[in-house]
Design a protein around this ligand. Structure first.
Ligand code: RBZ
Ligand code: NIO
Length: 329
């Protein structure tokens, strides 16, 4: 193509991965969607978030009223927005525009008992797997995974420590904005949970990934794991967002390593544990904007970059067709 060799840098890597995912369909325009999975967390009873858990319900209503950051970005970039209730602690029975997939009203408090039963975690995984089938049927070819769930950085940090073997100190950050003292408390809670179920330093062998989800995960996290597995199975490119959706993708990768080839990391979150997950997955973030929001915002922001990479690949002239002289040897 009419450019110095390698001059489009990371865009060339993105195009190469996208072509390998899309195979003979690579020249078709991308059809984009974001799935925002929402659920509550029993562990919020331990004081691990700067915000009260009612915010999960309130933000779901805000998504449906188009007022959240993800609504603005999805609209701007032509991305279909889907909001999924997997386990919000509220009754949404008569609300239109929401995908009603509630497994239960929030997880249990992992400090006292496993967050979910075996049946619940399987049901939540199936919510995601089934939505990936629906997404494929709608023709989506590039999907972003986002979430809303007060307390879910605590679940994501516990998952990250168990999968990556990194200390809670390294995998735990301030989430929505804890002060230094509250952050220390959050770390102590996560350490106590890991000690209780997995022994010293999270044990010596890698626990079963589904057990990790069941004990310290979240309903929306399990649904994101299922969605990631399902989209990869259908050969659809997936953009993971921040810390929590990447934790879900890491569980999917621990279950089925082939998932890796379908994943893009939209951005690098400010949550410190995100880097541990990106290292574990071997992913390089497309953007670095010091964001720490979630909802799928970083993933949707990266979609136009992926589209740009594909358009360059598909539309640029070659040296031969444009009559431009190539490099001297
Ligand atoms: C108004 C508001 C909007 C949000 N959108 C995403 N999150 C993000 O913050 C939460 C995780 O942080 P923590 O573990 O500290 O509770 C998740 O809901 C995540 O999506 C939000 C949080 C708030 C308060
Ligand atoms: O990186 C994220 O996704 C994130 C970070 C902090 C709070 N909520 C989400």
């Amino acid at each position: 193509m009419t450019k110095p060799l390698g001059s489009l840098g990371g865009l060339e890597d993105l195009a190469a991965q996208m072509v390998s995912i899309r195979q003979q369909n690579y020249a078709k325009p991308l059809q984009k969607a974001v799935y925002v999975f929402a659920a509550d967390h029993g562990v919020t009873a331990e004081g691990v978030s700067a915000y009260p858990s009612e915010v999960t319900r309130q933000m779901v209503l805000n998504f449906l009223a188009h007022g959240a950051a993800i609504n603005v970005l999805a609209k701007l970039h032509g991305v279909e927005m889907n909001v999924v209730d997997v386990g919000v602690d509220a009754d949404f029975d008569r609300i239109d525009g929401l995908l009603h997939r509630k497994v239960r009203r929030g997880t249990r408090n992992m400090m006292r008992e496993p967050a979910m039963s075996r049946e619940e975690v399987i049901e939540a995984l199936n919510v995601g797997l089934n939505l990936a089938d629906d997404s494929k049927a709608k023709g989506h070819s590039l999907v972003a995974v986002g979430e809303m769930g007060i307390g879910n950085t605590t679940a994501a940090s516990a998952i990250t420590s168990l999968l990556t073997r990194r200390s809670v100190e390294v995998t735990t950050g301030k989430g929505t904005g804890l002060n230094t003292e509250a952050l220390q408390h959050k770390r102590r809670i996560i350490e106590a949970v890991l000690q209780k179920y997995f022994g010293e330093a999270g044990g010596h062998t890698l626990p079963d990934p589904v057990d990790v989800l069941r004990i310290v995960g979240g309903l929306e996290i399990a649904a994101m794991t299922g969605f990631t597995l399902g989209a990869a199975r259908h050969g659809v490119a997936i953009v993971v967002d921040g810390f929590i959706s990447t934790a879900a993708a890491a569980v999917a990768f621990a279950l089925v390593p082939q998932v890796r080839g379908y994943l893009f990391a939209g951005h690098r979150s400010e949550e410190p544990g995100h880097q541990a997950l990106l290292d574990y997955l071997g992913l390089k973030p497309i953007l670095t904007l010091n964001m720490r929001l979630g909802e799928g915002t970083g993933a949707v922001l990266a979609m136009p970059i992926l589209e740009s990479a594909m358009c360059l690949y598909n539309q640029m002239a070659t040296f031969e067709s444009a009559g431009v002289s190539e490099a001297k040897d």
